[in-house]
Design a protein around this ligand. Structure first.
Ligand SMILES: C[S@@+](CC[C@H](N)C(=O)[O-])C[C@H]1O[C@@H](n2cnc3c(N)ncnc32)[C@H](O)[C@@H]1O
Length: 280
C-alpha cells in the first residue's frame, strides 16, 4: 500500500474504529456523602453554564494565572480576556477549560479531583486555588515541548500548585494515561471523584479510552470536563461515551478555540424517565 493510501486508510479507520465502553458498577457514591443528602442539590447545566461564563470566573482566572510561572500561553490568555472585556464590556460571555473548572469548583466544592493532561498545572491550579484541601490526582506523559512550550514535569507542577495555596494531597503520575490510569484505579477500588478533567491524548481512541477509564469513578452529582471537543474525532468520543448516556446531562460551548464540554452525573444508572429526573 502506498503512503498516501495508508494515510487515507488510517483516517477512515479512525472514523469507524469501535470505541471502548466504560465498565460501570452499581453503587456509585454521591458528592457530599458526608453531609445531609437531603440538603444536597445537583446543579443544572444552566447553572454550570451561567457560572462558567460569568464575569467572576474571568476575573478569578486572570488573577490566578498571573500567579503562575509566566508563559506565552498565560500572557495570551490574559491579553485575550482584557481585549474582549474592553470590546464587549459586561456583555462578554465565554467559557474555556479554566472558567468551567472555576464554575465546577464553586458549585460543588470538590474534595477529590482527577486530571488527565496536566502539562504545566494551569487547569489544576484553578481547582487547587478554589479548594485548597482537595486531593488532586494528575496523569501526564509530560511530552517535551508540548504545543511548542516547555513541559517541565511533576516537580514544576507541584511548585505551581503550592504557589496558589494548595495544601491537600497531590499525586502526579507520569506515563501513558491509557495504561497508567486503569492500573492506578485498579489499585484504588474505592476511590471516586467529585470532579474530573480529560485533556490529555487528543487522538479519538486515546481520548475515548481516557473517558471510558474514568467515567465509572465519577460520583453522582460530580462533573466531568472535556476540552477541545471540536478537535476532529473528539466529538465522536464524547457523543459515544457521554452525550448519549442517560446517567449524564451535558453542556458544551464552542464559542472560541476548540470548544469545551462538561457533563453532570445525575444517576448511578441511566435515568430514563422524566419522573426519575425530577425526583433529583
Ligand atoms: C492540552 S495539554 C493539557 C493542558 C492543561 N490541562 C492546561 O489546561 O494547562 C495536554 C497534555 O497531555 C499530555 N498527553 C498527551 N498524550 C498523553 C497520553 N497518552 N498520556 C498522558 N498524557 C498525555 C501532554 O504531555 C500534555 O502535557
Amino acid at each position: 500500500m502506498g503512503r498516501l493510501s495508508l494515510r487515507r486508510f488510517r483516517r477512515g479507520w479512525q472514523k469507524v474504529r469501535p470505541l471502548p465502553t466504560p465498565r460501570y458498577v452499581s453503587g456509585t457514591p454521591r458528592i457530599g456523602a458526608d453531609e445531609d443528602p437531603n440538603l444536597l442539590l445537583i446543579p443544572s447545566t444552566d447553572t454550570l453554564a451561567a457560572a462558567a461564563t460569568s464575569e467572576q470566573a474571568v476575573s478569578f482566572v486572570i488573577d490566578l494565572i498571573g500567579q503562575l510561572t509566566p508563559s506565552q500561553e498565560v500572557v495570551d490568555q490574559q491579553a485575550y480576556y482584557h481585549f474582549a472585556r474592553a470590546q464587549f464590556g459586561s456583555h462578554f460571555r465565554e467559557a474555556d477549560l479554566t472558567t468551567v473548572l472555576w464554575a465546577a469548583a464553586t458549585l460543588i466544592r470538590p474534595t477529590s479531583y482527577l486530571e488527565i493532561g496536566v502539562r504545566r498545572g494551569r487547569s489544576a491550579a484553578v481547582v487547587a486555588a478554589m479548594c485548597p484541601d482537595c486531593a488532586i490526582f494528575g496523569f501526564d506523559l509530560w511530552m517535551p515541548d508540548y504545543a511548542g512550550a516547555p513541559n517541565p514535569g511533576p516537580e514544576f507542577v507541584q511548585k505551581e500548585l503550592s504557589a496558589v495555596g494548595h495544601r491537600g494531597s497531590l499525586e502526579l503520575m507520569s506515563g501513558d494515561s491509557r495504561k497508567l490510569v486503569p492500573s492506578f484505579l485498579q489499585q484504588r477500588p474505592s476511590l471516586f471523584f467529585d470532579l474530573i478533567t480529560v485533556d490529555g491524548d487528543h487522538s479519538v481512541f486515546g481520548a475515548a479510552s481516557d473517558l471510558a477509564n474514568v467515567l465509572p469513578r465519577l460520583k453522582v452529582g460530580g462533573i466531568i470536563v472535556f476540552d477541545d471537543i471540536e478537535t476532529p474525532g473528539l466529538r465522536r468520543a464524547w457523543d459515544h461515551l457521554v452525550q448519549r448516556d442517560k446517567r449524564y446531562v451535558t453542556w458544551e460551548s464552542a464559542a472560541t478555540g476548540q470548544g469545551i464540554a462538561a457533563a453532570i452525573r445525575i444517576g448511578d444508572k441511566p435515568l430514563l424517565g422524566r419522573a426519575e429526573r425530577t425526583q433529583l
